[in-house]
Write a protein that binds this ligand. Structure first.
Ligand code: AHG
Ligand code: MN
Ligand code: MN
Ligand code: MN
Length: 320
């Protein structure tokens, strides 16, 4: 029966990526091996979160697990983690051709109250041969080969793009495998939700203030948007990706570059949004065109449904 066939046709992440790999005949499976180590790290964090580990330990624990898993994969050469001031340069004997930038635990302030948190990652290919140097990882987001996140929520969701669309996988605890549950995710062209920390409103610049005002008091007779703000970027972005709408972490007078980090928060989420038919804007330019100069650099970010981001772009364009 079709249903049974579907039940026994387990589309795991590994199988899914191997299918994609057929489009790259030259590849030797290195990416698949790298990804399997990222997935291993996510399974570990998922277990630790469900055990109710407390924030302090979980922040450090998750970072150590990812660093060790990525180094032991033998496929990486530079690692950038939100938790480490300096980049990690992998020793030559274990060096591979990928740079991984990651936020091992995103939304840490939500850990102790059991609200959804996550892991975010992006993958660059470095120029082969030459001794890896920091510049190899300071690439614009549009150069990323792949990006994704894992959300530790009511279920464990792994969302991934390798440049040909976005796919969502759900952890089946009985199998210990992520199974494809959301094939080819496309974000609605326009949404009914805006997601921002309104507590920063007094410090916003005009275009942001005007946009949020319009969400609450539409001038075109459309219904007001709902506000949903979880405070974990992974959870707010996951809802935006599936339901549509816009997520904003704007610049403000106190933090002119906003709060979110370019390499391992802004770029991976912007990459996913574009791959799902949405877009991502910094207030000045397409987020993925930004060229970072430091590994922990921040940027304002407006991302989500295509039409919603168009509106905020128009407001910033009108201000200059
Ligand atoms: P992290 O826990 O990795 O430091 O990230 C927290 C970030 C992000 O998850 C979220 O969107 C944002 O902080 C929330 O910031 P505010 O509490 O200032 O709204
Ligand atoms: Mn942090
Ligand atoms: Mn974060
Ligand atoms: Mn973090």
């Amino acid at each position: 029966h079709a249903a049974d066939a579907h039940r026994t046709d387990l589309m795991t992440i590994t199988r899914h990526v191997l299918n994609e790999q057929t489009k790259h005949p030259e590849s030797r499976g290195d990416f698949t091996i790298l990804l399997s180590h990222i997935v291993l790290g996510c399974k570990f964090v998922c277990t630790a979160v469900n055990k109710g580990e407390e924030q302090k330990k979980l922040d450090v624990l998750s970072n150590e697990v990812f660093i060790k898993a990525l180094v032991s994969s033998g496929r990486t050469c530079i690692l950038v983690s939100e938790e480490d001031d300096e980049a990690t340069f992998v020793e030559p004997s274990k060096r591979g051709k990928y740079c991984v930038v990651f936020d091992p635990l995103d939304g840490s302030s939500n850990i102790d109250c059991a609200v959804s948190i996550g892991t975010i990652f992006g993958i660059y290919l470095i120029k082969e041969g030459a001794e890896p140097k920091l510049e190899d990882v300071l690439q614009p987001g549009k150069n990323m080969l792949a990006a994704g996140y894992c959300m530790y929520g009511s279920s464990c969701q792994f969302v991934l793009s390798t440049g040909t669309g976005v796919n969502g996988f759900t952890l089946d605890p009985s199998l210990g495998e992520f199974i494809l549950t959301h094939p080819d995710i496309k974000i609605p062209k326009k949404g009914k939700i805006y997601s921002v920390n309104e507590g920063n409103a007094k410090n916003w610049d005009n275009p942001t203030a005007k946009y949020v005002e319009r969400c609450k008091f539409p001038t075109d007779g459309s219904p007001a948007k709902s506000l949903r703000y979880i405070g974990s970027m992974v959870a707010d972005v996951h809802r935006t990706l599936l339901y549509g709408g816009i997520f904003l972490y704007p610049a403000d007078k106190k933090s002119p570059s906003g709060k979110l980090r370019v390499l391992y928060e802004v770029f991976p989420m912007s990459f996913l949004m574009e791959q799902a038919g949405g877009q991502a804007f910094t207030g000045k330019q397409r987020a993925l065109d930004l060229v970072p100069t430091q590994i922990h650099e921040r940027s304002p970010i407006f991302l989500g449904s295509y039409d919603d981001v168009e509106e905020i772009k128009a407001l910033y364009a009108a201000q200059v």
